[in-house]
Design a protein. Structure first.
Length: 220
């Protein structure tokens, strides 16, 4: 969806900016902004065009993924993945509504699926059904006596050492910016800095959630 929608948004923004510049009428840019956000009002419908229905079946030595057309419910493809071919996996929750599952294969390939909602066999939505089942199966796989190369859990970036360095560096930059503003400017903090601090707080919340996932699935 992003490969389809983002270029269109960039094109519309470029056209609106060019018209405003050539005609020297800022109002075009003002009204053009509202035209630009209209597609966001239909984002769910646009997303549905790129959404497939999948069914995951887990077994001791592999799991299968059946892909169905969300409108006709007809099966479009079936794929089998052996646990022996998987090097690591990761589970993240971009939002409350979505779950992203990533599989890293030993050959270097990667499979990523972002799923909207999860359900058990009865069809009743239940949070973490897929991720918990996946952890259960992989734990059994890793516990096998002959397993010399287990499937590891790959944490999200913010739960790694690199994520800590990123957060510390960002904290230092914000602290420096605030100190410089207080020393050389008597006005209140600019709105851009306040918004930046708000985004930084969201990053901290995201790291907390990622660490919870790491402790649940990865850390021993």
């Amino acid at each position: 969806m992003a490969l389809f929608v983002v270029p269109i948004f960039i094109f519309l923004l470029a056209v609106i900016s060019l018209l405003a510049f050539e005609t020297k009428k800022p109002l075009i840019a003002f009204f053009g902004f509202f035209i630009f956000i209209i597609p966001f009002l239909f984002l769910k419908r646009i997303r549905k065009l790129f959404t497939k229905k999948i069914r995951l079946d887990f077994y001791a030595d592999h799991f299968s993924m059946a892909v169905f057309n969300i409108k006709t419910t007809s099966q479009e493809e079936m794929n089998d993945f052996k646990w022996d071919d998987i090097d690591a996996y990761g589970v993240t929750f971009p939002t409350i509504e979505y779950t992203t599952l990533k599989l890293y294969f030993k050959g270097g390939n990667k499979l990523a699926m972002t799923m909207q909602g999860e359900s058990d066999k009865s069809g009743k939505p239940e949070k973490n059904v897929i991720s918990d089942k996946l952890y259960e199966i992989i734990s059994s796989y890793n516990a096998a006596a002959s397993r010399d190369k287990p499937i590891n859990f790959s944490p999200a970036f913010l739960a790694t050492k690199g994520g800590i360095v990123f957060i510390v560096g960002l904290s230092a930059l914000f602290l420096i910016a605030i100190i410089l503003h207080l020393l050389y400017n008597s006005k209140p903090l600019p709105i851009t800095l306040i918004l930046g601090l708000g985004s930084f707080m969201q990053i901290l919340v995201k790291r907390k959630k990622d660490m919870e996932m790491y402790k649940k699935f990865g850390m021993k």
